[in-house]
Design a protein around this ligand. Structure first.
Ligand SMILES: Cc1cc2nc3c(=O)[nH]c(=O)nc-3n(C[C@H](O)[C@H](O)[C@H](O)COP(=O)(O)OP(=O)(O)OC[C@H]3O[C@@H](n4cnc5c(N)ncnc54)[C@H](O)[C@@H]3O)c2cc1C
Length: 459
């Protein structure tokens, strides 16, 4: 067993908390990498521990989605570390959704009212690599790859890792847990505490496939949009890639009729696509081979409390609030956590424990709301996007937004294109909903009374 001791434990002498010895970040996914960079830029000394091999040398992700939709909250965090322009240069802009109906007809729904209200499809690994490469340029940052956290001792302030079959224990002044939805750090920290933990798996899973570019390298469907094939029994969502291909995420139940359980043999895969996604068959000549290569993955939401453990540890990103991907907000909200945590540390006057608490207070209620919103958006994406009533309601929402852009903002716009806290966005949207309901009722009353009066006068 090796014991590594970091220098300067417990120094707290600056307006912020940068003088507090070395910080350990467990997990070098999007949140851990972004925090490593943001904190290095602010003078912190950092050790990043990641169980995978170096993401800078990997081409594909470990089973996770290949690309992600980046929106306002994530963009603001990338701006904080001065990487936004570079990320956007490598992203594909998505102006809206293209809905593919069962009969092959398509309909475009813009994401917003102007060219700024768009999403950006970014390559997950490329983004992760960029963040780590930037962070690694700081001499104050040390990256420890293939270090799997197995234990954390709150009393002794120690972390224990397995590294190539060996156990390595390190002491650290404080630690940020960014080790994802199934965080070991979280369960270690919660051990012996009055902690809440709620985890929910969706009965649907997902499989990722690729819709390749044509022979000329051009995209086979509009490249500048997210495409959706909504069906009540299954659903496809695609994100575009720079090379003209699209990453296609097929979601459906694990069990039951038309499920992953009933779609295993080549003929079953072909039958599923012929039934629900016939227009994709000619565009995906290697559909069956792709299907066989990938196993379905599950989707989980997680809510937990507390996020802060004295002045020693704090949770960020999926480690404290994993959400379903139906709002495209998992990474965006994780990045927003990072912005808020950095801001609280900057203001903490040396009191790191207070900074952690302020951060949790500012975030947890809102990410709990996001969790519920993503569940509701699953219904929207799989069922409602085709309903004429729903589409009319969306158009009305956007029309009022165009008339009064500040006073009236559709819920999706608030979530994706603003940084209005999630809970506040939901409250505002419910208020707008009530106004719309009362307005429609009054309109109906006046229209009915008017019609009766006209009939009475004429007849
Ligand atoms: C299908 C799908 C589509 C998605 N689409 C979007 C989207 O369009 N937009 C969006 O904003 N979000 C999206 N998300 C969500 C997004 O992927 C996550 O919210 C985001 O990856 C969270 O980042 P994180 O750094 O907190 O956690 P993670 O990405 O899970 O990173 C955690 C890191 O910790 C490491 N780790 C884990 N355990 C240990 C350990 N014991 N020791 C050391 N290291 C460890 C892991 O290897 C990993 O590198 C999607 C998710 C899925 C599943």
């Amino acid at each position: 067993m090796t014991i590594e001791r970091s220098a300067n434990l417990g120094l707290a002498n600056m307006a912020g908390c940068a003088g507090d010895g070395r910080v350990a970040i467990v997990g070098a996914g999007p949140s851990g990498s972004l925090l490593a960079l943001a904190l290095a830029q602010r003078g912190y000394r950092i050790d990043v521990y990641e169980c995978r091999s170096d993401p800078r040398k990997q081409i594909t992700g470990g089973g996770k989605s290949i690309n992600l939709g980046l929106s306002k909250r994530g963009m603001q965090a990338l701006q904080m570390v001065d990487l936004l322009d570079e990320v956007l240069r490598r992203a594909v802009t998505m102006r809206g959704r293209v809905i593919h109906a069962l009969d092959g007809t398509v309909r475009f729904q813009p994401y917003g009212k102007n060219k700024d209200e768009v999403l950006h499809s970014v390559d997950r690994n490329e983004l992760n690599r960029m963040l780590l490469e930037e962070a690694a340029q700081y001499p104050s940052v040390k990256l420890h790859m293939q270090h799997r956290l197995v234990r954390a001792d709150k009393e002794r302030r120690e972390l224990e890792f397995t590294v190539a079959g060996q156990t390595v224990t390190v002491s650290t002044a404080w630690v940020i847990a960014a080790d994802g939805a199934f965080s070991t750090m979280r369960s270690e920290l919660q051990h012996g505490e009055r902690a809440d933990y709620h985890q929910e798996f969706l009965e649907w899973g997902y499989k990722e496939l690729t819709l390749p570019a044509g022979r000329d390298g051009a995209s086979r469907v509009d490249l500048t949009a997210l495409h959706v094939w909504p069906r009540s029994q299954c659903l496809i969502v695609t994100h575009p890639n720079r090379n003209g291909s699209h990453t296609l995420t097929l979601l459906m139940p694990f069990d039951g009729q038309d499920s992953f359980a009933t779609t295993q043999a080549p003929a079953e895969v072909e039958a599923l696509f012929a039934k629900y996604f016939a227009d994709l068959i000619p565009l995906m000549p290697d559909l069956v081979e792709q299907w066989m290569r990938h196993s379905p993955a599950s989707l989980v939401t997680i809510r937990t409390a507390p996020w802060a453990f004295g002045d020693w540890a704090v949770l960020v990103g999926d480690a404290c609030h994993a959400v379903y991907p139906f709002y495209g907000q998992g990474m965006n909200s994780a990045f927003e956590d990072c912005s808020v945590l950095v801001q609280m540390l900057e203001q903490c006057q040396g009191d790191r424990g207070a900074a952690f608490q302020e951060y949790e207070l500012a975030r947890r209620g809102h990410t709990d709301v996001l969790c519920e919103l993503t569940k509701a958006n699953f219904i929207e994406l799989s069922q409602k996007v085709q309903s004429p009533w729903f589409l009319a309601r969306k158009r009305l929402d956007l029309a009022i937004h165009r008339l009064w852009p500040e006073a009236w903002i559709p819920l999706y716009t608030m979530i994706a294109h603003t940084t209005i806290p999630y809970g506040e966005a939901l409250k505002r949207s419910r208020r707008q909903e009530r106004i719309l309901l009362v307005g429609s009722a009054l309109f109906l009353v006046f229209a009915t009374v008017g019609t009766i009066v006209v009939y009475a006068l004429v007849g």
